[in-house]
Design a protein around this ligand. Sequence first.
Ligand SMILES: *Cc1c(COP(=O)(O)O)cnc(C)c1O
Length: 434
Amino acid sequence: MSLAFVSTRGGAPAVGLSAAIAAGLAPDGGLYVPAHRVRADLDALAAAPDLATTTAALLAPLFAGDALAEHLPAIAAAALDFPVPLAPLAGDPDACLVELFHGPTAAFKDVGARFLAQALPRLPGGAGQGTVLVATSGDTGAAVAAACHDVPGLDVVVLYPHGRVSPRQAHQLGAFGGTVRAFAVDGSFDDCQAMAKAAFADAGLRARRPLLSANSICLGRLLPQMGYYTHAAMAWQRDGRGPLNVIVPTGNLGNAVAALMARAMGVPIGTVALACNANATLPEFLAGADYRPRASVATLANAMDVGAPSNIERLRWLQPDADALRAATPAASFDDDAIRAAILAADRRHGLAVCPHTACGLALLERLRAAGDRRPWAVAATAHPAKFESIVEPLLGRAVEVPPALAAVLARPSRHEPLAATAAALRDVLLAGA
Ligand SMILES: *Cc1c(COP(=O)(O)O)cnc(C)c1O
């Protein structure tokens, strides 16, 4: 029997994994979660030699009985062909970084985007063929473009706010060409999201041009992110050490929920702590306030500029008792001054250049250490600092080396098309040639 997936809001029929991946959001507006808890096969995990094998072994019980199950090893092998090393942190022998930025676009979004891009063409009945429509504030669009541009049956439309992504992010978005079109929207990220949302809600449009979502709430992106925490925790345990506690720089909570879901399956992960930027919705809630979603504010860690984290529903599903959740989940918010200070401290203390998101994680580690916490911690390093060189280099007073994969993308020509910030303008684009 296959595992069923249900909505966090309880108002949608249970579906199989393939259908949940194709749908993205559940029809009642909730997020898909497994209908019951499954356990990981810890022996298989202990024997798995690399990230791809670990991820396939971990996810097997979630894929069991679904049409995608037989393809899971091939999907993982094709998607997860780069390392996710545990790097020691000089000056703190009980801490390390989990480097999630060795994929083609140098941020952890590569993991989910590449897994989804491999899963979509293998969905039964052609349900995963069509146009991947993605609104991005920077990292997601590049990861999706890089992952999908050579996948048969898929083409990509990326919407990003003109002038509001970093120059290197903008270059990446337009550098794939072919079946990827990058539109510089004359508006904000919220406008881009509203345009995408309107297109997804337009049944007439979708009948003529099948649309696929690569939104971060999609299980096809979330589930593979459980794999790298598992890979790290098993390596940690193999070295004779106990459960691995992790600090996750957080925006939409996808990355943190992935760690918690792996832990719920029995993977030896200890505490999961959340490091946020000035968007303090989560730390305030976890400190005891009511949950108060709000508009986001712009910060140096722009990929975490989220005022209403969409995966909060999965966090509450994992631990419905708010007080228990608060007691178990350290969280803190760091403003831009604290981020700058943490980038400088990482250089001074650990000899490391870090991106502004990773800096939030290191700032939380410092705070915990200052309060006497001696536990082992792994900090998720979510992007390479070279992606945010305009922030990092002036602070450090030196150049940050560009990793080869990122350099290769930046060396390609880049092309974008202007687009008015209206649903009608996007509809015209999507229907031309449909
Ligand atoms: C997307 C992103 C985050 C936030 O991840 P969530 O899953 O939304 O919490 C953090 N850092 C970087 C570099 C990102 O691209």
